[in-house]
Each structure stands twice: as structure tokens, then as C-alpha cells.
Design a binder for this molecule. Structure first.
Ligand SMILES: *[C@@H]1O[C@H](CO)[C@@H](O)[C@H](O)[C@H]1NC(C)=O
Ligand SMILES: *[C@@H]1O[C@H](CO)[C@@H](O)[C@H](O)[C@H]1NC(C)=O
Ligand SMILES: *[C@@H]1O[C@H](CO)[C@@H](O)[C@H](O)[C@H]1NC(C)=O
Ligand SMILES: *[C@@H]1O[C@H](CO)[C@@H](O)[C@H](O)[C@H]1NC(C)=O
Ligand SMILES: *[C@@H]1O[C@H](CO)[C@@H](O)[C@H](O)[C@H]1NC(C)=O
Ligand SMILES: *[C@@H]1O[C@H](CO)[C@@H](O)[C@H](O)[C@H]1NC(C)=O
Length: 398
């Protein structure tokens, strides 16, 4: 009972903080160079990330054999290993031995993007993207291995293609962009799905065959759209992830502008990347956000966004699911405004998640992972009094 109230107080508090921290409306930038304070979100209501101590864009992490393995876009898909999310990370090797066997548009076959790796029964599947910035001529390929020791993987080539090539003339590949793969299994049946997509009609899902190497019914895929921004010419949603917890599937994605801030300047405040989420009881959707708005109608609850004038445009998200004794962990890349805005200066960050009425909120700092609910519980009467006071304040103010 007491636990319940403590969780409720903490949950409400965190929820109100996140609400209060939704990015303000674009501030509008004056002629010439905008003032940095008008570009960067300076809110302190969103926690700073835990630093991962690795430069990475679109990180992908699995936990295997008591270690974190991080995969990233780059020459032949480099991957790294660490005993701690904060590093130190050491490079183990690369997924591909050389160029991908996929030829697609002008894609650089030696530099795949945004990998997502999953494991089944000792086999690792790495889904990777070949594309060119701003082009729909894209492909998602897959490579497999039975070890993570740096020895070579088998490249199986394309799973789906858009813009050109085998299968790209079949809906929904005619209207979507085959980038940014993520993966999910139906929790009851184990059936596997590939999620993918970006600015071209946003994020989609197609069923995989039982060997996870191809899509099912390639002549007529049973595709579902997961997110969509209607009535807009530009639909900046990409980089999906899907997690499962307590009867809900959560679709996570990045919304806004990701890259090239050093070359093309900054968008209005709040239009840079932020990390959003929706949920559904069914792996196939439909997904809604916390207000009940459909993700097919532009919905999506912001879970993490620019903060402190220091963290800018967080995205490229993934979730490491916790257990009964550990919390879910949200990881992402962000730009540190005091480091630089080149895409290759993106930093690994991570935050632990608490769920309030089934909606995730990020916790501050490194949260001790012991006991059923971890250390985010308030332990002493003084904290409880403080928390209660602040809660009343927030409610009255709100
Ligand atoms: C392709 O990517 C590799 C590895 O990042 C890079 O060295 C090479 O210059 C790129 N090639 C082209 C044509 O951009
Ligand atoms: C991981 O590293 C962080 C930062 O150095 C540290 O606070 C934390 O205790 C470490 N966790 C473990 C399990 O060693
Ligand atoms: C798991 O792998 C082992 C050894 O490779 C194999 O014998 C077994 O049939 C596999 N199990 C499943 C469920 O695929
Ligand atoms: C094209 O894709 C179909 C379905 O995935 C496959 O059966 C066929 O072998 C592919 N054709 C070529 C030329 O790769
Ligand atoms: C269903 O979810 C539970 C809890 O996350 C997990 O332990 C189990 O492996 C999942 N089952 C499948 C088939 O994915
Ligand atoms: C940002 O960079 C500054 C300067 O290197 C460093 O002191 C600070 O810890 C960094 N903060 C984050 C959140 O990365």
C-alpha cells in the first residue's frame, strides 16, 4: 500500500516534469544568425543523459554474455564491447568483411547506416541500411553470425528495397524508404516483424519469414503503417524502435531534424530531433500516444528532448529491456553543444526508464539496479515529505 503511494507520487511528479518540459513552440529566428539561446532548449526539467563515452550516431546495443555490444554505422559496420554502458568501449571488429553484396542507387556499399542486431538461439542477425542522404533508393540488408568475437559474418543481402531493385515496385515499398530497420517479436507467438522507414510516409512494419532473413509474401506483404504525419509535405519521423513491456508494445522514434546542423544551420527551437513514443496492446498497432492521439495522425509523446542548453537533438533511439530486478534503459545519441555539431560528433547517452500508468519517463542519473523496483523509490520520510510537498505544489500550479 505504502509502496503504491510512493510510486504514485514519484510517477505523478515525473510525469508533470516531462509535461512541463515539452519543447516550447518554435521561437522564430531573427534575420542573420539566431541567438544560441533561441536555438537551444535550456529546460532543466529534462534530466541530463548518463554519458556513454563514445562518439556514435544511431547507436544499437545488445546485452550478451554480461557485456554491452554496440553496433554503429560506419565502414563495414564497426562494433564495440564494454562491461558498463559508460564504457570504456573497445572495438571488437566489423560485421561486414568488405563491401555489402547489395548494389542500391549511389549507396556507399562499404558504409552501411543504422544497424539493428538481435539474437536468437545463439545466432545474431544484423539488419543494416544502404542509402544516400535524401534518396529513396535504399535497401535493408541482413548479416548473421554465431559469435561476437570479431570473426566474419555472413552477408545475406537485401531483405527489402525501395526506389529501385527487386521488389521495390510492390506496395508499400513504392511509397516508403527502406532505412532504419528495427525488429520486434510478437510476445505470444514469437512471430518476427521488421519495422523501418523515414520521411517517405514515415514508419512501417512487415512480417519476416521464420528464418528472419526475408519478408513474408514478398508479392503482397501484410504491411502496416505505424506512424504518419498527415497534411504535411515534410514528415520528419524515422529511426524506429519497438519494445515490449507488461502487455504493451511501444514504438519509439525520432521526430524532427537529425543532422547537418554544422552545414545547414539550426531549425527553430523544438524542430530538431526529439525521442517520442506510442503504445499498443497489439504488435501490429494501431498505436496511440499518452493523450490517446493516433500515431497515424501525428501523435507521439515526447520522452526525451534537448535540454540544459547542452544536450541537443537526441535521437537514434533504442531500449534495452530490463527484468523483474532491473529497469528498462533508453539509449540514444545527442549533440553536446559545447563539443560540436558535426554528425560524427554525436555522443552516446542513456537514461533509465520508469513507467507511470504504462507510460515511460526518464529518470535522473545512474539508478542502482537492486530490488524489484530499483533505487528510484524514496526511502526516508524526509524525501517523502519533500516529494509530497512538491507534488502538491505541482498540482496546484498546474
Ligand atoms: C565510402 O565509405 C568509406 C568508409 O566510410 C569511405 O572511406 C569512402 O570514402 C566512401 N566512398 C565514397 C565514394 O564516398
Ligand atoms: C558504470 O559506470 C558509471 C559511470 O562511471 C558508474 O557510476 C556505475 O557505477 C558503473 N556501473 C557498474 C555496474 O559498474
Ligand atoms: C538452438 O540451437 C541448437 C544448436 O545450434 C539446436 O540444436 C536447436 O535445435 C536450436 N533450437 C531452436 C529452438 O532453434
Ligand atoms: C526477387 O525477390 C523474390 C522474392 O523475394 C525472390 O524470390 C527472387 O529470387 C528475387 N529475384 C532476384 C533476381 O533476386
Ligand atoms: C514475452 O515477454 C516476456 C517478458 O518480457 C519475455 O520474458 C518472453 O521471452 C517474451 N516471449 C516472447 C515469445 O518473446
Ligand atoms: C559536454 O561537453 C563538456 C565539454 O567537453 C563536458 O564537460 C560535459 O560533461 C559534456 N556533457 C554531456 C552531457 O555530454
Amino acid at each position: 500500500m505504502f509502496h503504491y503511494w510512493r510510486s504514485l507520487l514519484v510517477g505523478v511528479l515525473l510525469n508533470r516534469l516531462v509535461e512541463a518540459s515539452q519543447p516550447s513552440r518554435p521561437s522564430g529566428t531573427p534575420d542573420g544568425q539566431p541567438k544560441l539561446s533561441q536555438v537551444y532548449e535550456t529546460t532543466t526539467a529534462i534530466s541530463l543523459p548518463n554519458v556513454g563515452n563514445l562518439q556514435v550516431h544511431d547507436p544499437n546495443i545488445i546485452f550478451w554474455d554480461d557485456h554491452y555490444y554496440l553496433f554503429k554505422g560506419g565502414q563495414y559496420i564497426p562494433f564495440f564491447k564494454a562491461a558498463n554502458m559508460s564504457g570504456p568501449w573497445t572495438q571488437v571488429g566489423t560485421v561486414l568483411e568488405g563491401e555489402s553484396i547489395i548494389h542500391q542507387g549511389n549507396s556507399n556499399r562499404s558504409r552501411p547506416w543504422a544497424p539493428t542486431t538481435v539474437e536468437r538461439n545463439g545466432t545474431f542477425y544484423c539488419y543494416y541500411t544502404l542509402s544516400t542522404s535524401g534518396s529513396q533508393k535504399s535497401a535493408i540488408g541482413v548479416a548473421t553470425s554465431t559469435t561476437l568475437d570479431g570473426s566474419s559474418w555472413i552477408d545475406h543481402g537485401a531483405v527489402i528495397r525501395t526506389g529501385e531493385g527487386n521488389g521495390s515496385d510492390i506496395w508499400p515499398f513504392t511509397v516508403t524508404n527502406a532505412i532504419d530497420a528495427s525488429f520486434v517479436q510478437d510476445n505470444l507467438t514469437g512471430k518476427a516483424y521488421l519495422n523501418y522507414g523515414s520521411f517517405w510516409h514515415d514508419i512501417w512494419q512487415v512480417p519476416l519469414t521464420d528464418d528472419w532473413l526475408s519478408i513474408e509474401s514478398p508479392q503482397k506483404p501484410d504491411a502496416r503503417q505505424l506512424t504518419f504525419i498527415p497534411h504535411k509535405v515534410v514528415r520528419p519521423q524515422e529511426g524506429s524502435w519497438m519494445s515490449y513491456r507488461d502487455g504493451y508494445y511501444y514504438v519509439w522514434f525520432s521526430h524532427g531534424r537529425c543532422c547537418n546542423f554544422d552545414k545547414r544551420g539550426f531549425p527553430d527551437r523544438g524542430n530538431e530531433y526529439s525521442i517520442r513514443v506510442g503504445r499498443s496492446r497489439d504488435v501490429r498497432g494501431p498505436f496511440v500516444d499518452r493523450t490517446g492521439k493516433s500515431l497515424l495522425d501525428g501523435g507521439g509523446t515526447i520522452v526525451y528532448a534537448s535540454n540544459h542548453g547542452l544536450v541537443y537533438a537526441p535521437g537514434g533511439v533504442g531500449v534495452l529491456s530490463g527484468s523483474s530486478s532491473t529497469l528498462d534503459l533508453l539509449y540514444y545519441h545527442y549533440l553536446n553543444t559545447s563539443v560540436g555539431f558535426r554528425d560524427d560528433q554525436a555522443q552516446l547517452g542513456y537514461s533509465y526508464l520508469q513507467y507511470y500508468h504504462g507510460w515511460p519517463v526518464v529518470l535522473d542519473g545512474i539508478v542502482a539496479q537492486s530490488g524489484a523496483a530499483g533505487a528510484f523509490r524514496l526511502r526516508d520520510p524526509w524525501s517523502i515529505t519533500l516529494c509530497f510537498g512538491f507534488w502538491i505544489y505541482v498540482i496546484c500550479r498546474g
